[in-house]
Design a protein around this ligand. Structure first.
Ligand SMILES: CC(C)(COP(=O)(O)OP(=O)(O)OC[C@H]1O[C@@H](n2cnc3c(N)ncnc32)[C@H](O)[C@@H]1OP(=O)(O)O)[C@@H](O)C(=O)NCCC(=O)NCCS
Length: 183
């Protein structure tokens, strides 16, 4: 039995080691990227209206997590995506999607627990009750479980085959109006 529980930045920061354990098992990133990723996540915890959801096993250990925060000018991801969307679709479209947005920054389920509906429950819980008019995210532009999940809960593509500055992998930027359509 898995319980979804919401928390704020203090508990997220306290549990960063377990968060990184799930992230590493789910994403299998190169070992030399882990320290940088952990620093980015720690920084995310300080962003406005930060909210984290843990999917917890009966013993309290986390099987998955998702977190997001209010996106705003001055945040790296927000500014990069805003510029790219404005270039492609105009300022009005960029403002509509990113002017009052929840940035869904991370969602990961440990491989032992994937495919059981936890990811879907996490993203619904993360978006529930948010005051923002949209939710936005980026994900590898490949036919992954994540891509499938985001489409299934209502996200549509805003940009595809997008390469972040300094990167080389292709990402999709996706968005949905809030609240999410009912399950
Ligand atoms: C993406 C992720 C969070 C989804 O969590 P999950 O608990 O496995 O997902 P759910 O069980 O809620 O399934 C959600 C949907 O994805 C589908 N799905 C699950 N695994 C899939 C796969 N390997 N390929 C395609 N679809 C898949 C499910 O069938 C379900 O869709 P449906 O209800 O239409 O059948 C999880 O798979 C994960 O952590 N993946 C690795 C890390 C990652 O990619 N994170 C996102 C980075 S942006």
């Amino acid at each position: 039995m898995i319980a979804i529980r919401g928390t704020g930045s203090a508990e997220f920061t306290d549990r960063l080691e377990s968060v990184m354990g799930i992230y590493t098992a789910a994403m299998k990133p190169p070992a030399d990227q882990l320290a940088g990723r952990q620093a980015i996540m720690r920084g995310h915890g300080a962003n406005p209206a930060f909210r984290c959801l843990f999917a917890e096993l009966p013993d309290g250990r986390a099987a998955g997590f998702a977190y997001g925060f209010h996106g705003q000018a001055g945040q790296w991801w927000h500014d990069v995506v805003y510029r790219a969307l404005a270039e492609k679709s105009g300022l009005q479209v960029a403002d509509a999607w990113l002017g009052d947005s929840l940035e869904v920054a991370e969602i990961h389920v440990h491989p032992d627990y994937q495919g059981k509906g936890i990811g879907r429950a996490l993203i619904h819980a993360l978006c529930e009750g948010r005051p923002e008019r949209s939710a936005v995210l980026s994900t590898h532009d490949q036919p992954t479980a994540a891509r499938h999940l985001y489409r299934a809960v209502g996200f549509t593509d805003l940009l595809t085959q997008f390469v972040f500055p300094g990167g080389y992998e292709h990402y999709a930027i996706a968005g949905t109006p809030l609240p999410l359509p009912p399950r």
